[in-house]
Design a protein around this ligand. Structure first.
Ligand code: G3H
Length: 545
């Protein structure tokens, strides 16, 4: 560690917070309702005078408040008959565009709060905001295209059909603290656009940054479409699930919480799940890898945002023949990473938002050391309040906790291997199956590995770190790493179900269908007699599919 980061630091004027924020209202039933109840303090991972800085207070909701928010979403959905679930796509898009316009004006405030609440660097906070905005715009375009294609009638086996994707119902959304804006919105936005109504609970950290956006939701969407739950998850989530009124659970978090939450639902088959869960993505560095490239991608993969990414590289397998040169170069690069406060130029390593995290990481390091691994970088594992300087551990083996547990923080375990069967066995035995990174220049080595590993994980990265983006690509996992797929396109599918209107192609039905299409009376069967539909009406009852 180059310097004490909490000693004599300055905060540029632009990033000062002023007085603690008092979030004394919450979004429910289309209004920002005043909150007079108990409040919960929100602290920053940034310390001053030996204490975490108080950022503000949020409502500490109880069971009754949570059920009121749920009821607002339930009423707005109205068993599928509400205005929002039955509205035409273009009307929903208009609301979403109004939201985007409002959100754009909030960039500086949201970015500032991201830095203060979760310690994300200025550059990463800005890119989280911009990426989220781009994701919403791309989602709107994708939804337009999906709706355009679904407007055409079909005729098969003498049966006409109008097939569209319809909403699932009331969605409970729970986002993670490491991407409190981006990942929460990657669930929320497609869920809303497809006609669902939503109750959402922010993660434990990264809450105040959502306050300005709550007002934008209230302004842009009809009442009850978006509702927020503040407070402790163990208080507000169980009653909401036990009510049986939730149709879909969208959660980015741990498989343990997903399993617990699901069990509260009285009708499990009613509940769809869209889950992004934990991972322990390995890198496998083979003897003929481009060492510079492998080291730089592994440092990025293991330590971007202090390793607090579900896609982070959490176990580095390095062939023993190059282990010495790899570890030397790796440690050298880690030493060059600047540590400091999120707004400081060039900073890469920052304080951690979870209060118990430094103790946990220290215990992982101690366990590995007790079993023969060493911290091989100078100052590795040093602590200063909420800051934990990265510890690079070598040699790690399967007897150590760090080999199995998802550290989700700046501890980098390096495992030497002699035969490729060792990392492959580990990947197959693991309970996780999100991604892997393979480093090699040799296609004879890579080809069979790729073919096997694509069936163990859902993304094999070649000479590149693991990552979620670009967001047009499918993001998913096997085993305990995910349920459902998220991408601009796939998320719209995940939050909807195909539903259709069909009729046998009798002459009387043709007439009725034409009239319905042209009448504008249904929002579902409403495309008019387009040239393509016209063709179906002119033909006999022949199959076009
Ligand atoms: O925490 C998991 C995120 O989805 C990772 O996304 O690879 O873009 O950092 P990222």
């Amino acid at each position: 560690m180059r310097r004490k980061i909490f000693l004599n630091y300055t905060i540029p004027e632009k990033y000062r917070l002023g007085a603690p924020i008092r979030q004394d209202s919450h979004l429910s039933d289309g209004k920002m309702l005043r909150w007079d109840g108990a409040m919960q303090a929100v602290y920053s991972p940034v310390y001053q005078g030996g204490k975490p800085i108080l950022l503000g207070h949020i409502p500490e909701m109880g069971e009754g408040d949570a059920l009121a928010a749920l009821d607002a979403a339930y009423r707005a959905y109205d068993l599928g008959r509400g205005v929002w679930p039955t509205q035409k796509p273009k009307d929903r898009i208009r609301c979403m565009e109004a939201f985007v316009a409002l959100m754009k004006t909030m960039r500086d405030e949201v970015v500032k709060r991201l830095m203060w609440e979760i310690g994300k660097t200025l550059g990463d906070s800005e890119s989280e905001f911009d990426r989220t905005l781009a994701y919403i715009v791309d989602t709107i375009r994708e939804y337009e295209e999906m709706s355009r294609q679904a407007a055409e009638l079909r005729l098969a086996g003498g049966v006409y059909a109008q097939i569209r994707r319809g909403p699932l119902g009331v969605v409970l959304c729970l986002g993670p603290y490491n991407y409190p804006l981006n990942e929460t919105f990657c669930l929320l936005i497609p869920a809303i656009l497809m006609g669902n109504t939503v109750v959402f609970k922010p993660a434990r950290h990264g809450i105040l940054l959502l306050s300005p956006l709550m007002e934008a939701f209230a302004e842009a969407f009809p009442k009850g479409v978006v509702n927020i739950l503040y407070g402790s998850g163990s208080t507000v989530v169980p009653p909401v699930m036990r009510s049986g009124k939730v149709d879909a659970l969208a959660l980015i978090g741990s498989s343990r919480s997903a399993n617990a939450i699901r069990q509260y639902h009285p009708r499990p088959n009613r509940l769809r799940t869209v889950l992004g869960l934990e991972a322990k993505n390995p890198a496998v560095v083979m003897p003929d890898a481009d060492l510079d490239l492998a080291v730089s991608e592994c440092v990025l993969g293991a330590l971007s945002f202090n390793g607090q990414r579900c896609t982070a590289l959490k176990l580095l397998f390095v062939h023993e023949s190059i282990a010495k040169s790899f570890t030397k170069a790796f440690v050298h690069r880690v030493a060059a990473l600047r540590c400091g406060l999120p707004w400081e130029a060039g900073v890469r390593l920052t304080p951690l938002p979870e209060p118990g995290k430094p103790d946990y990481l220290q215990a992982l390091v101690a366990d590995a050391e007790a079993q023969g691994a060493k911290v091989i970088n100078e100052g590795g594992g040093a602590r200063e309040e909420s800051f934990f300087y990265p510890a690079v551990l070598y040699p790690v083996d399967k007897g150590m906790r760090i080999y199995h547990e998802e550290q989700f923080g700046p501890v980098v375990p390096i495992v030497p291997f002699t035969s490729i069967s060792e990392p492959v066995a580990r990947i197959c035995e693991s309970h996780y199956g999100q991604q892997v990174s393979l480093f090699s220049q040799n296609i004879d080595e890579l080809a069979p590995l790729i073919d096997g590993l694509v069936n163990q994980v859902c993304r094999v990265n070649i000479n590149s770190q693991c990552q979620r983006g670009p967001d047009v690509y499918p993001f998913t996992g096997r085993k305990d790493s995910a349920v459902g797929t998220l991408s601009v396109h796939d998320a719209l599918r995940s939050f909807s179900i195909r539903t259709m209107v069909a009729c046998k192609a009798f002459e009387a039905n043709r007439k009725l269908l034409k009239a319905l299409l042209n009448s504008g009376k249904s929002n579902f069967v409403n495309a008019g007699v387009t040239p393509c539909n016209q063709r179906l009406f002119q033909g006999s009852s022949g199959d076009l599919d």
